[in-house]
Design a protein around this ligand. Sequence first.
Ligand SMILES: Cc1cc2nc3c(=O)[nH]c(=O)nc-3n(C[C@H](O)[C@H](O)[C@H](O)COP(=O)(O)O)c2cc1C
Length: 252
Amino acid sequence: MKKVLVINGSPRTENSNSYRLTKAFLKGWQEVSSDLDIEVLTPQKMNIHPCLGCYTCWKKTPGRCVQKDDMTEAMEKWQHADIILWCFPLYFYSLPTQLKMFMDRLMPSKRPVMQERYDGRGYGTHTTRVDQSHQRNILIATCGFFTSKGNFDAVEAQFDLILGRRNYTSIFCGQGEMMPVPMHQERVEEYLGYAVEAGRDYGTYGIILPETRKKLDEYILPKEDFVALGNSYYAHCEKKAREREAAEHTQL
Ligand SMILES: Cc1cc2nc3c(=O)[nH]c(=O)nc-3n(C[C@H](O)[C@H](O)[C@H](O)COP(=O)(O)O)c2cc1C
């Protein structure tokens, strides 16, 4: 069996747009691979505290954190998985707190010893305590803008440095907030179908084929329609909020 560890970094947990996209990918993958043992970790629901920066895990108790929380078991699972699937929303062009906190807490898995790196990304790296060189990584994320293009540059730079230059497969999807909109479910389902295809590709070839990639690069809605819909929706929300405030003020 191949151990697949999904880390759902969205604070929305199961209601996450990114997780819906991830489930579609996993569905396709499972259609062509019967040997997947999938486990999902959801940092938002776990008892995880931020890294204290004390370096105890490097100096006094090598490989062990002073904090006793869910991260001990989570790190074991992360170290021994065959594939890690990082699922998350884009927050300020970067990772949500829940996922960043999870990552920081992986520090005990690294050895302090520094070594050169040769992939042209940065100038130093650390070795790991457990050999993870066989592991593959997948990133599946959504963002709020009409396109993912350019918006994930910081994320790619970060994962290049952590995992090695483009040493991962990624799906970055714009218009994430279209996922739950009832009136556009037909198009959303069509788009999710592309993620299913991507999962099948990955299970069969270990990559997402160019023709599937082309479909994933499509916008869910045309840019103008999406921007008009988003702007009118939030204008409506603000109007309602002002009306509520006015009503509360009158009651006082
Ligand atoms: C705090 C916060 C920061 C965000 N920052 C960005 C951003 O920098 N760029 C972007 O395109 N969308 C941004 N978004 C929108 C989310 O990425 C988008 O709604 C996403 O689909 C949510 O995914 P989820 O349901 O998986 O959590 C942000 C949302 C929040 C709440």
